[in-house]
Design a protein around this ligand. Structure first.
Ligand code: AMP
Length: 549
């Protein structure tokens, strides 16, 4: 028997309509660096999204399902594209502007992007690549920048404001099938070609509801969220969509992602929440230590993308910014877990431990652990295995290119359709995930696993250590052993022996690294995570100055 309930498609259009009608006065504030931030209400964003959709359809001939790429910072115009493109029936393709040129050109070709909306300040990066991006016919430039960089090129160039000016501020958005593609994002592709994850209207809608749950980010229209996590990195963790559901304001840093302007915008615009990867927070912490500012408005900080070091969480707690740790992937939209401690742990010594986990699975994300031989492992907080997940905002395949079949590589999807995350960890009986490594980063020493994350966290709690990354390196006797690469703070005096001594009080003796190297900075990926593949290569090619204790 079927239910008697209505069946309204869950689409991004519904989110846009709700945000502009019910929360029309909420704002997207974009930092301009000139002392006068740009302020645009959700209502204005909706009107301009309609204008953009008209322009894309009428002038640029964008058709249903066609990919429209963005090469942009976080700003109001990017939010406009976030709604215009999916709501008109096309697919928003956010390009990661930090990827190497070859990957970018490959991705644009694979997605067959014909239109790219770009910030003028990024033309220096994009313009030299356009000749190789043979599918691209139109470039729409938004904001200041040197447009002469596009002179004499093959593509037609449009100015964003001129393109939308005078167009109707309402659009008769089509009623879309909720399973249709709304947006896509390529994984950063550490091995092989990057892979395209295609989000549906339905997956975005359901994911946004989850982001808004009290046990998740749980923001309300009393909040202003500083969205540091790039809009090209898994839809800025869903914030632009989630905020339009609840009326949370957004403070967008545009290209001003350095610690000093971030501290300045926190002091002057007084956001209550912020979201970013740990590297950003490490930088901000150093800035605030060197030059204290009034950051008292910022009471909630969502940290994810890589493990949050305990020392960072403690330091932020001291500043009154409560860190909430979360885990996710491009394939999981991204929010997969959020570390809100259970009620019984609040105010107890257990609370901090819960907050350091990657978090608890929300309803809608099913999880299981798989042992090396494919056996299911119990949720006992001890059995470590590869995490597999499934749910309505979890990818079940990758984009196969125009006209191509969806791709389901065996190492990424189980035969029964679960996503193999490549993350290794344990799950407690009450559903909290603790990751110990990426599957490809685990250190297998004499048949035992050493957690690089545990060693890194321990090292980063040393007062002289700014950053530390630990990777597996080949070892004749043990198969693999940990190599510790360390960035020392200015004026630090610690040496390798004292660092090892410090570690020995925190991890088992057989896990202590004997190979050490000081590095000026830990290499980072395009989204600011430790790039361990670069470290392993540097070690293999003898580029690191390694000391053996
Ligand atoms: P990406 O798809 O580029 O966002 O990368 C996803 C990967 O980042 C995950 O599979 C994890 O390995 C890592 N990651 C994300 N969040 C966390 C976290 N809170 N702790 C540890 N690793 C994380």
């Amino acid at each position: 028997m079927l239910s008697t309930m209505q069946d309204v498609p869950l689409t991004v259009t519904r989110i846009l309509d709700h945000g502009t009608a019910v929360h029309g006065n909420s704002q997207v504030i974009t930092w301009t660096g000139n002392g006068a931030p740009q302020r645009r209400s959700f209502r204005e964003i909706g009107a301009r999204a309609a204008q953009l959709a008209h322009a894309l359809r009428d002038d640029l001939g964008v058709e249903d399902d066609e990919r429209v790429a963005t090469f942009m910072w976080n700003n109001a115009e990017h939010v406009e594209a976030y709604f215009a493109v999916p709501c008109m029936g096309a697919v928003l393709h956010t390009l990661n502007l930090r990827l190497p040129a070859e990957q970018l050109t490959w991705i644009v070709g694979h997605a067959a992007d014909r239109v790219i909306i770009v910030n003028g300040s990024l033309l220096g990066l994009l313009a030299p690549l356009l000749d190789r991006m043979t599918t691209v016919e139109h470039v729409v430039v938004s904001g200041p920048g040197d447009r002469s960089l596009l002179d004499g090129g093959r593509v037609r160039v449009h100015d964003y404001e001129e393109l939308i000016e005078g167009r109707a501020t309402a659009y008769d958005w089509p009623e879309l099938d909720e399973r249709r593609a709304a947006a896509m994002c390529y994984t950063s592709g550490t091995t092989g070609d990057p892979k395209g994850v295609v989000y549906s209207h339905r997956s975005i809608y359901l994911h946004s509801m989850q982001v808004n749950m009290a046990q998740s980010m749980g923001l309300t229209d009393a909040d202003l969220s500083l969205v540091v996590v790039p809009q090209f990195h898994v839809n800025a963790w869903g914030l632009p969509h989630a905020t339009f559901m609840t009326g949370v304001g957004m403070l967008m840093p545009d290209r001003f992602l350095q610690p000093a302007p971030l501290a300045e915008m926190i002091e002057s615009e007084r956001p209550t929440h912020a979201a970013a990867v740990p590297t950003i927070w490490q930088g901000l912490l150093a800035e605030l230590t060197a030059k204290p500012r009034d950051v008292s408005s910022l009471t909630q900080v969502t940290i994810g993308g890589s493990a949050c070091p305990p020392s960072l969480m403690e330091a932020f707690d001291t500043l009154g910014m409560r860190v909430c740790h979360a885990w996710g992937m491009t394939e999981t939209s991204p929010l997969g877990t959020v570390a809100r401690p259970p009620a019984h742990a609040l105010g107890t010594p257990e609370e901090f431990g819960y907050r350091l986990t990657q978090g608890r699975f929300p309803a809608g994300v099913e999880a299981r652990l798989s042992g090396p031989d494919g056996t299911r492992l119990p949720w006992d907080g001890e059995s470590a295995g590869e995490l597999e997940v499934r749910g309505n905002w979890i990818a079940g395949a990758y984009y196969g290119g125009a006209g191509g079949e969806a791709i389901r590589p065996e190492d990424k999807f189980s035969p029964d359709g679960w996503l193999k995350t490549g993350d290794v960890g344990v799950i407690s009986p009450d559903g909290f995930l603790t990751l110990t490594d990426r599957a490809k980063d685990v250190i297998k020493s004499g048949g035992e696993w050493i957690s690089s994350v545990e060693l890194e966290n321990a090292l980063m709690s040393h007062p002289d250590v700014a950053e530390a990354a630990v990777v597996a390196v080949p070892d004749e006797k043990w198969g693999e052993r940990p190599l510790a690469t360390v960035v020392l703070k200015e004026d630090a005096t610690a040496d390798y022996a004292s660092l090892q001594e410090f570690l020995s009080t925190r991890v088992a003796k057989w896990q202590l690294p004997e190979r050490w190297a000081l590095v000026p900075a830990v290499p980072k990926t395009s989204v600011g995570k430790f790039d361990k593949k670069v470290l392993r290569r540097q070690y293999a090619e003898g580029e690191l100055d390694v000391t053996r204790l």
